[in-house]
Design a protein around this ligand. Structure first.
Ligand code: ATR
Length: 290
């Protein structure tokens, strides 16, 4: 049990509403593992109160915070500086506070890319990456893949305008490597055929809708690694069908782990104890997936 004193550094998690937080379990265990006098505290904050809460944190012992829905865009107004990748993504999930100055980062996309490297030995460099979805997760992952040298990035989304806008942004601000396709079109199917990596960033297939899948099983082929950002359930219908098609698969727990590990290092300057963090997440996920 941590002995909380005036020296204790606080790390917040700001969002609304906040459900049971895996991040809190994972980060507090990581602080304890390294004997750091830090504590991670989830705080439900409404849009109206965000500015006041952040101002208060700067005056308290906060060394930073994670920020989640619905504040990932809004928080950019309140930081003094934005990391280059967060600026391009246009969203922040991690903030550091040093000598009263706030700096915003986005570790979601780089966390995903790192989980591919660490858990699958897969580098996105020069690979064809197909990303389904056009929301916040897609934005972060697609931008990080472009940043890390993906060959081509193919995007499709239920609302096509969002995929188009994202492809345009990536081509303009990172590299000219991204193209959007209409869902179900023959061009989309051709792009899928060429893909080395497929990533579902939509919520389709998440509990309680576990019988839904975002992609027809017939479009899966064994030459692609199939990833789902969902971790509840741990094995979505998409991943089950991908396995049957002979594909390697990866669920969303690795992204949650490595976005947290990168944030941990930003706050503490220390290498994150990823093994113990992973154990905590797997244990918590088992509870969720009962
Ligand atoms: P996140 O931050 O997790 O990415 P989000 O920004 O709300 O969440 O994005 C959710 C994504 O899931 C979007 O791409 C959304 O499609 P739209 O942009 O058309 O809304 C996608 N999505 C959610 N439900 C879907 C469904 N039933 N079929 C297809 N796509 C769906």
């Amino acid at each position: 049990m941590i002995h909380v004193t005036t020296e204790t550094k606080f790390i917040g998690l700001l969002g609304y509403p906040l459900k049971q937080s895996h991040s809190s379990l994972m980060q507090n265990r990581a602080f304890a593992e390294l004997g750091l006098n830090y504590i991670y505290v989830p705080i439900e904050v409404t849009k109206e109160d965000l500015a006041a809460v952040v101002k208060g944190m700067v005056k308290m012992n906060y060394a930073g915070f994670n920020i989640t829905k619905p504040h990932k865009l809004n928080i950019m107004k309140y930081v003094d500086e934005l990391d280059a990748l967060a600026k391009i993504i246009g969203a922040v999930n991690t903030v550091t506070i040093q000598e009263g100055r706030l700096k915003g980062y986005n570790t979601d996309g780089t966390g995903f890319v790192r989980s591919l490297e660490k858990e699958k030995g897969f580098s996105v460099e020069n690979k064809n990456v197909f990303i389904l979805g056009g929301g916040g997760a897609s934005q972060a992952i697609a931008t990080a893949c472009a940043y890390k040298g993906a060959g081509n990035i193919y995007l499709s989304n239920r609302t096509p305008e969002k995929a188009l806008a994202l492809a345009r942004d990536i081509n303009l601000h990172v590299r000219d490597c991204s193209v959007a396709f209409t869902m179900g079109s023959s061009e989309m199917k051709e792009a899928l055929n060429k893909a080395d990596l497929f990533i579902n960033t939509t919520s389709v297939g998440m509990t309680p809708h576990t019988e839904e899948t975002p992609l027809e099983a017939a479009l899966l082929h064994k030459n692609m690694l199939v990833c789902d950002v969902i971790y509840n359930p741990l094995k979505t219908r998409l991943l089950r069908e991908a396995e049957q098609a002979g594909c390697e698969t990866l669920n969303g727990l690795g992204m949650l782990l490595y976005q947290g590990a990168e944030a941990f290092t930003l706050w503490t300057g220390r290498k994150a104890p990823v093994e113990i963090m992973s154990e905590v997440l797997h244990h918590a996920a088992k509870g969720l997936n009962k």
